[in-house]
Design a protein around this ligand. Structure first.
Ligand code: AMP
Ligand code: MG
Length: 434
């Protein structure tokens, strides 16, 4: 049995990098950037007013000033400000030549074409209400790095940098299979001995949330022939296959054997973690010489820096993206195990395969109350709620089949190997899944 850290390392080292594609900005949400983004101009691109007000010379603060122009945002001022004059100016409009100060319209009165201050001029000296050219960003600044997940803020940066089309990593196709003779879909009334399929639906949503495309293959019976057929189909059609159930030591747990029959190497099949011990990871290295993470990175880098052209890149990458699937994650059937192990192992893999660097947000937070466990041999991942005061509290949780507990959890607490007790006030590492 290997530690969770070793398992994650193996998973990430075996990431099969995907090629790039160009997508429209509106289709880029949640995708991973394939290039660095630099600013093509200063931001703001000109000295601009931060408020609706009047622009003039600072030295003339307090004097009645004749209004010579009304400058709307988007227009170039025509009048230079000279002694005794000001221009009315709107938020975001260009500061006219000769002006170095703006007062807010709310602090002024307009009398017969002149602007006068309402209050004493000392009140206004502190802020000149001008945003200077380049004060946020200078032309050429690195704004977003390759590997960044395209969030709302990243989209704003792309839009303001003039990208209507973006180079992103291709999204992996994730195949999802549930196994078990006892499993039925939600639209079927279960018999006394049956369980509804929750894993398939939950994993589908988890995979979609990474930006992956999903092929949902439904439920496969615990029969070697059917499992072989279903797994073969998924590995042919998808980049990543996730199969749940049938990986433990039961008489009908055929999945590991079938994975091997399909020509995959199992890199681990037991992880010292709870829940999720039987989590299994298998690879089929189609092109062993090119498949190391390092080589894939070099191919992409060569392309980005112009060392190889798009055709060569496609050729190299097409070899990988042919019909051969690369990896299989076989997760335990218990719903909490599959949910947590997706977040802990599968999601980092998916994002890495797109060239991204996913790290869950990890916080060190104090426990709200004492927590004890009987067995401390494995890393424990327990569902917790986070209180408004920043403490965490385990939710009522009966074990890895208790999926209802997850609906009340905000995060997962790590209880390290060897630690049996966390007292109130003691800190633990809390994973916030994003
Ligand atoms: P297994 O890993 O196949 O031994 O399954 C472990 C437990 O998880 C059993 O109680 C199964 O009934 C349950 N289980 C397996 N697959 C699913 C599924 N797709 N949805 C909900 N529960 C499942
Ligand atoms: Mg089963």
């Amino acid at each position: 049995m290997i530690s969770f850290e070793e398992a994650l390392k193996i998973v990430l080292e075996n990431a099969q990098y995907l090629s790039h594609e160009s997508v429209k900005l509106e289709d880029s949400a949640g995708r991973v950037l394939a290039i660095d983004i630099h600013a093509d101009r200063d931001m703001p691109p000109f000295d601009k007013s931060a408020v609706d007000g009047y622009a003039f010379k600072r030295d003339e603060l307090g004097k009645p000033l004749r209004i010579v122009e009304n400058i709307a945002a988007g227009y170039v001022p025509k009048k230079e400000i000279i002694s005794g004059t000001c221009s009315k100016i709107m938020t975001g409009a260009m500061i006219p030549a000769g002006a170095d100060f703006v007062v807010m319209v709310e602090d002024t009165v307009e009398v017969n074409g002149f602007m006068e201050l309402r209050e004493k001029e000392e009140e206004f000296r502190k802020r000149n209400n001008i945003c200077y050219k380049g004060e946020d960003i200078k032309e050429g600044d690195l704004l977003l790095s390759r590997g960044t997940l395209i969030s709302a803020a990243a989209t704003a940066i792309l839009a303001s940098s003039g990208f209507s089309v973006v180079s992103v990593s291709k999204a992996p196709i994730v195949g999802i299979l549930s196994t078990g003779d006892e499993i039925v879909e939600p639209d079927v009334t279960p018999l006394e001995s049956q369980i509804r399929n929750s894993n398939g639906w939950q994993l589908r949503l988890q995979a979609l949330s990474t930006g992956s495309a999903v092929k949902y293959y439904g439920i496969v019976k615990d029969t070697p022939e059917l499992l072989h057929k279903a797994l073969t189909k998924s590995v042919q059609e998808c980049d990543i296959t996730i199969i749940t159930g049938g990986v433990s030591a039961g008489d009908f747990d055929y999945v590991p054997g079938i994975i091997k029959e399909c020509g995959f190497n199992i890199l681990f099949d037991k992880v010292s973690v709870q829940p999720g011990k039987p989590s299994t990871f298998a690879v089929k290295k189609a092109y062993p010489n090119e498949n190391t993470a390092e080589n894939k990175d070099c191919i992409i880098e060569d392309y980005i820096y112009g060392n190889i052209d798009n055709n060569s890149l496609q050729q190299k990458q097409n070899r990988r993206t042919s019909t051969v699937s690369n990896v299989i994650f076989a997760l335990p059937g218990n719903p909490v195990s599959s949910l947590i192990q997706f977040e802990m192992l599968v999601k980092p893999y998916i994002i890495r395969s797109m060239g991204g660097n996913y790290l869950p947000l990890k916080l060190s937070l104090p426990a709200a109350e004492d927590f004890t466990r009987k067995n401390a041999e494995r890393l424990s991942l327990i569902p917790v709620a986070i209180n408004p005061d920043g403490t965490f509290m385990p939710v009522r949780y009966n074990g890895s089949a208790h999926i209802a507990a997850m609906a009340h959890a905000d995060a997962i607490a790590e209880i390290p190997v060897g630690v049996k007790q966390i007292l109130a006030g003691q800190k633990a590492t809390i994973h916030i899944f994003r």
